[in-house]
Design a protein around this ligand. Sequence first.
Ligand code: TRP
Length: 449
Amino acid sequence: MEEKSKRDGFGSKIGIIAAAAGSAIGLGNIYRFPCELGNNGGAAFLLVYLIVVVFLGIPVMLSELVIGRRGQSNAVGAFKKLAPKSAWPIVGYMGVLCGFIIFAFYSTISGWTLEYIVKSVSNSFQGKDLAAMEQDFSNFHDMGWRNVMWQAIFIFLTGFVVFKGVQNGIERYAKILMPVLLVILVILGIRSATLPGAKDGLVFLFKPDFSKITGKVLISALGQGFFSLSLGMGALITYGSYIKKDDNLTSTAFSVVLSDTLIALLAGIIIFPAAFSFGINPQAGMGLVFNTIPMIFNQMMGGYWFCIIFFVLLAIAALTSTISLLEVVVAYLSEELHIKRQWATVLACVATMLIGSFASLSLKSNTSLAFGGRTVFDWMDFISSNILLPLGGVLIVLFVGWKLGKSHFFDEVTNSGKLKSPLKRVILFIIRYLAPLAIIVIFISGLIK
Ligand code: TRP
């Protein structure tokens, strides 16, 4: 109880869900999910993804929330408190590092959303065909420093919110804006699915070709699941520590997973029918979303305004995600290293800016910032999403299943017996056996490839 007065926390139940969903819902859903799906065989990927999200996403998310609320501390501190004098805090350190890396490349694409707000306000998409749209997109990348400028602005915005602390900052922004995003996505989805030739896109998205399921597809779906749900690096350990003792962790996990998956599906329904209709290759990667979306708005009544609103909301969705990434680093720096919260924020932002600019500059067409067939941007994404997050995820479920132990787990999940939690045994079983095994198997199958 006394702990609560010392630490900042979430003010209301809806605030927690909004903040956790705000962390989960972001560029991962609207930008990364369609890219990964397009590059990994369409519906086959979707199928694996959905299985990952339900059977691994929910238990891992609940595990993180349990660690956070039980430990009442940041990603490193929680392990220190729950397993003193052990090696477990390494999981937390890994998470802080991973949060830093993700923030560094994530802010690149977040910066693009700002460029695209400006483009949509200045009506620069109007009347353009696909070739012109693609040309604009690659011209923008070749202006390396313009990317870095937007990235810096975005990092500054994130720092500004985190600076102000949990309740005033994070919660207030997330609560209002996520529902508005949902509405605009539904409108876009309807427009896209009714374009001529949209059916092929829906087939690509929903009709699985099982022969396409390879080790690479499995590991990509696993990585995407963790990335999209913000799992495996302690973001939800940190948020869990701000959740009150009488809130229901299981239902929070279910709500967040459900809303995140819904938004990803909607993004798929928006992107693929339109991409097939306009003749955009589903493997177009980075351009897939940034070229397709303005093309849809060009075909829509009031498209000018919708386009502006869309990119503003996309930027905000990205912001509620970067907030959670930065919060992991700042909570660690301020609670473990006793750096004042405000200074910790400044420090983390400057460091992210330095590393992150390499990610941005590596996307120029003639870049020298690439090796082993990947740009610096791709390396950061690959190492964090496909390696560090699943590794963190395994260690987190092993910790809750075997180190923390059954009684502590049940105590957190039922709020010391006050809640029923009919699924608690099933979920514990998954946490102990199924989740670690599945993650390890997928991980190895990805490496063998
Ligand atoms: N989940 C966010 C998205 O989909 C990105 C993100 C925010 C994240 N916090 C995270 C990913 C923590 C992994 C871990 O856009």
